[in-house]
Design a protein around this ligand. Structure first.
Ligand code: NAP
Ligand code: ZN
Ligand code: ZN
Length: 346
C-alpha cells in the first residue's frame, strides 16, 4: 500500500517528505486512514539517536488515531468506518507469559515497536504514524470512544497509557498524595488521571509559568523546582511520584520526598543512568521502579475511562511543515501540552 509522510533520513536530520510502501493487507490486518498523529518526546530521542543506533530513514509516530478504511477477510474486531487507535507497538511474540497476560509491552522476546525496528518477519522496516495510512493486525489496535475529539485522543495512545498504567498499578486513589514531575505531554495526562482517580495531585515543574494550567487540569498544588530548595519542605510527604522528565536531574532530591514505603516510578528516559543514593532509599524503605506504556487490554480500558470521564489531551494541532519547529519547542518544554499533526497535511 502506497503511503506518504515525514521521515528523518539520518540521525538529527530534519524531517522531510517521504513516500514509501506499507505491507499489503493480511487476513487479520486493518488499514486505516490516519487522522492525527501525536509528537512524543520518544520520537525526538530516537530521531536524534539519543537511545543508541537507530534505523533510517525513520518515520516516527506512535500516537495514531484514524478511521478504518479496509479490513482483511478474517478481521472480526473492526468494521469499515470505525474510529481506531494505534500506540507504541504493533506486535509481540503472542505466546510468552507476559503476552498471554495482556502485558505485550513486556514481551519476553521484546515488543515490536511501531517504528525504528523490523517487523516480526525480520526484514520489513516498521514505519510509524507521521503518515496518511497505516496497516496493523487487529489484535494490536484499539477502539476509540465516539464522544471524544480525535485531536485530543491521539496522545492518549502513548502519553495517556504511560501514566494511566502506573497510577493503576500503584493504586492511585482518594487519600493518596501523588507527585507528577514534569508537566509535558506525559505529565499533563498524569495530572488528569490522578485527579480523576481521586488522589491529591502535586505538579513538580521547572516551568513556573505552567502553574495556572496545572491547577486547571486538576492539580491541587504546584511546586516550582527552578530553585531545588523548594523541595525541602515536601520531604517524606508523597505516596507515589511519577517522573516524566525527559532530561537528566538529581533523582535523590525527589526520592527524599517519598513517605515510608513510597514509590518513585521512572517514566522519562533521558538515556543516561541515574546516580541513586541508596541511603535515601533505605532511610524510609522507599522504592524506585520503572513503568513502560501499557498492554492492549489496559490501553482499551484507559480509552474507555477517558470516554466515561471526558478526558483528552490538551493539544496544539499543527501541519506537517511545522514538525521540525515543534520538535525544537518540545525540547524547550514549550508545548501546551502535546503537538498533534493533522494527517491531511502530509
Ligand atoms: P515532554 O512533553 O517534552 O515533557 C517533558 C517535561 O519534562 C517537560 O515538559 C518539562 O516539564 C520537563 N523537563 C524537560 N527538560 C527539563 C529539565 N532540563 N529539567 C527539569 N525538567 C525538565 O516529553 P514527553 O513526551 O512527556 O516524554 C517525557 C519522557 O518520557 C521522555 O524521555 C520520553 O522518551 C519518555 N517516555 C517514556 C515512556 C514509557 O513508557 N516509560 C513512554 C513515552 C515517553 P516542566 O516544564 O513542567 O518542568
Ligand atoms: Zn511515546
Ligand atoms: Zn511475548
Amino acid at each position: 500500500m502506497q503511503a506518504r509522510g515525514l521521515a528523518v533520513k539520518k540521525a538529527s536530520a530534519p524531517l522531510e517528505s517521504f513516500s514509501f510502501e506499507r505491507r499489503a493487507l493480511g487476513a487479520y490486518d486493518v488499514a486505516l486512514d490516519i487522522s492525527y498523529a501525536g509528537i512524543c518526546h520518544s520520537d525526538i530521542h530516537q530521531a536524534r539517536e539519543e537511545w543508541g543506533p537507530a534505523i533510517f530513514p525513520m518515520v516516527p509516530g506512535h500516537e495514531i488515531v484514524g478511521v478504518v478504511r479496509e479490513i482483511g477477510p478474517s478481521v472480526t474486531k473492526f468494521s469499515i468506518g470505525d474510529s481506531i487507535g494505534v500506540g507504541v507497538f504493533i506486535d509481540s511474540c503472542r505466546v510468552c507469559v507476559n503476552c498471554i497476560s495482556g502485558l505485550q509491552q513486556y514481551c519476553l522476546e521484546g515488543m515490536t515497536g511501531t517504528y525504528n525496528t523490523l517487523e516480526r518477519d525480520g526484514s520489513t522496516v516498521a514505519y510509524g504514524g507521521y503518515s496518511n495510512v497505516f496497516v496493523i493486525d487487529e489484535k494490536y489496535a484499539v477502539h476509540v470512544p465516539k464522544n471524544l475529539p480525535a485531536t485530543g485522543v491521539a496522545p492518549l495512545l502513548c502519553a495517556g497509557i504511560t501514566l494511566y498504567s502506573p497510577l493503576r498499578h500503584w493504586g492511585a486513589k482518594k487519600g493518596m498524595k501523588v507527585g507528577i514531575m514534569g508537566l509535558g505531554g506525559l505529565g499533563h495526562m498524569g495530572v488528569k488521571f490522578a485527579a480523576a482517580m481521586g488522589a491529591h495531585v502535586t505538579v513538580l515543574s521547572h516551568s513556573p509559568a505552567k502553574k495556572s494550567d496545572a491547577l486547571a487540569m486538576g492539580a491541587h498544588d504546584f511546586v516550582s523546582t527552578k530553585d531545588i530548595s523548594a523541595l525541602k519542605p515536601l520531604a517524606s510527604t508523597f505516596d507515589l511520584i511519577l517522573n516524566t522528565v525527559s532530561a537528566e536531574l538529581d533523582i535523590n532530591a525527589y526520592l527524599n520526598l517519598l513517605k515510608l514505603d513510597g514509590t518513585l516510578v521512572v517514566i522519562g528516559l533521558p538515556g543516561k543512568p541515574y546516580a541513586v543514593n541508596v541511603g535515601t532509599l533505605l532511610g524510609a524503605r522507599r522504592s524506585m521502579a520503572g513503568s513502560m506504556i501499557g498492554g492492549i487490554p489496559e490501553l482499551q480500558e484507559m480509552l474507555n475511562f477517558c470516554g466515561e470521564h471526558n478526558i483528552v489531551s490538551d493539544v496544539e494541532v499543527i501541519k506537517a511543515d511545522y514538525v521540525n519547529t515543534a520538535y525544537d519547542r518540545t525540547v524547550a518544554s514549550d508545548v501546551k501540552y502535546r503537538f498533534v499533526i493533522d494527517a491531511s497535511t502530509f
